[in-house]
Design a protein around this ligand. Sequence first.
Ligand code: AHG
Ligand code: MN
Ligand code: MN
Length: 335
Amino acid sequence: MSRKNQTLGEFIIENQTSFKYSSGELSRLINSIRLAAKVVNHEVNKAGLVDIIGAAGDTNIQGEDQQKLDVYANDKFIQTLTNRNIVCGIASEEEDDFISINSQDENNQNKYVVLIDPLDGSSNIDVNVSVGTIFSVYRRVTPVGTPVTLDDFLQKGSQQVAAGYVIYGTSTMLVYTTGDGVNGFTLNPAIGTFYLSHPDMQFPKDGKIYSVNEGNYIHFPQGIKDYIKYCQKEEGDRPYTSRYIGSLVSDFHRNMIKGGIYLYPKSSMNSNGKLRLLYECNPMAFLAEQANAKASDGFTRIMDIEPTELHQRVPFVCGSKNMVEKCESFMREAQ
Ligand code: AHG
Ligand code: MN
Ligand code: MN
């Protein structure tokens, strides 16, 4: 039984037996993420104080500038999971290829792979706006003790065992699911402990907030344009409020608490949108569905999409059930 104010450590132990294939391995994994989150949180919080802000000078495989904290967060999460010998493979938005962690060693019984977006919303760091970390966990499909392959990472979102995010906001929170609802833990920075502050999080079925980069409006598909006009129309409980932070974790978190929809559609510039299926959309979709909400690409459930490459992008519509369904109906009509 989860209790408000219990620590994340206590919660993990108490809930271990409810995991489908419990061997303590997933608990150790969540514990490692908790540790890495605290380390990254410490660094994010002093970003304004030290000379750590700004581009690291590299670009990642997708041609985007890497920020110093992107690299730092990437290294910390990979190091923590590697040093503790917790997983057999990691894929990261910031790495060109997946990483095998002693997976070829026949004594290595670790069966999980982790996919991460180490720092989400990184362009917000320079302006002191919330950023996050997103993670997604799968059971490997190839046998333990053999090298991990691309197949272990290219699994449908519906195969996820756990997913979550850390939000480095006005307070730092770790929000995650292991397929049995969504729970949110807030960090008490004075003692470095996460406490259960948001048990059993649920999206309201309806909402009044829409989050989309409207600067791209002219490039959006007709169905999305029609839905945005619907949100702005004066009728019933509309017009809705527009809120866009530009960091998926933060926009999602607010929408989950208040009710709302997040959209990153395809456009005439990006034929598949911008967000990455494996590092961003699938984990957020798993959380959304576990919190009584929906995630689709406008037509298809995100977690049913068969991935074909590690850094694949997809259009993303996610949030309160009735809002996502309304948007999907505009998409169908415009086809
Ligand atoms: P990342 O920092 O990991 O590259 O992700 C940024 C993503 C997402 O968090 C955010 O909602 C979106 O990009 C913002 O994109 P636009 O600036 O194009 O609106
Ligand atoms: Mn991101
Ligand atoms: Mn990122």
